[in-house]
Design a binder for this molecule. Structure first.
Ligand code: RP5
Length: 158
């Protein structure tokens, strides 16, 4: 189990089924994580307080998923220098294109690493968070290599 943690935050409880894919990926790789529902728009003060406590709790990467006018990942990134991975979610009539543009188009100086819309993005956010931790953690890197091998094997056997 890695000592460093990942935090997953989402804008609404309705985002949970998709964001579970990030959590499942981290669990598979033995990476400790926490999950919260907090909104950039509906609970801005609680979000700020939560971000302020991340480093002290050993969190090293944040995954933030939101739909619609998705400002969650950007709002988290505004308050921390921890790496933030944004997952755009397809929860509005615009099917995630709104969330993709809102998440990816950060101003210079405050980056958000934006992944694909929806479940594939959430799963990849878990992998990317693990890869970031893996830079300084040999065990995580080995787990990622084994995971890739298993993935390739599955394709070849199908
Ligand atoms: C966004 O609005 C949330 O991230 C969610 O994807 C979407 C809908 O939220 P609910 O109205 O279901 O709470 O802020």
């Amino acid at each position: 189990m890695s000592r460093d943690k990942v935090a997953i935050v989402m804008g609404s409880a309705s985002d949970r089924p998709v964001m579970e894919k990030a959590a499942e990926t981290l669990t598979r790789l033995g990476i400790e994580h926490e999950m919260r529902v907090l909104s950039a728009h509906r609970t801005p003060n609680a979000l700020r307080e939560w971000v302020d406590g991340l480093e002290i709790r050993g969190v090293r990467v944040v995954i933030a998923g939101a739909g619609g006018a998705a400002h969650l990942a950007g709002a988290v990134a505004a308050h921390t220098t921890l790496p933030v991975i944004g997952v755009p979610l397809a929860s509005s009539p615009l099917n995630g294109l709104d969330a993709l543009l809102s998440t990816v188009q950060m101003p210079r100086g405050v980056p958000v690493a934006t992944v694909a819309i929806g479940e594939a993005g959430a799963a990849n956010a878990g992998l990317l968070a693990a890869q970031i931790l893996g830079v300084a953690d040999d065990a995580v890197r080995e787990k990622l290599k084994a995971d890739r091998k298993a993935q390739a094997q599955k394709v070849l056997e199908s």
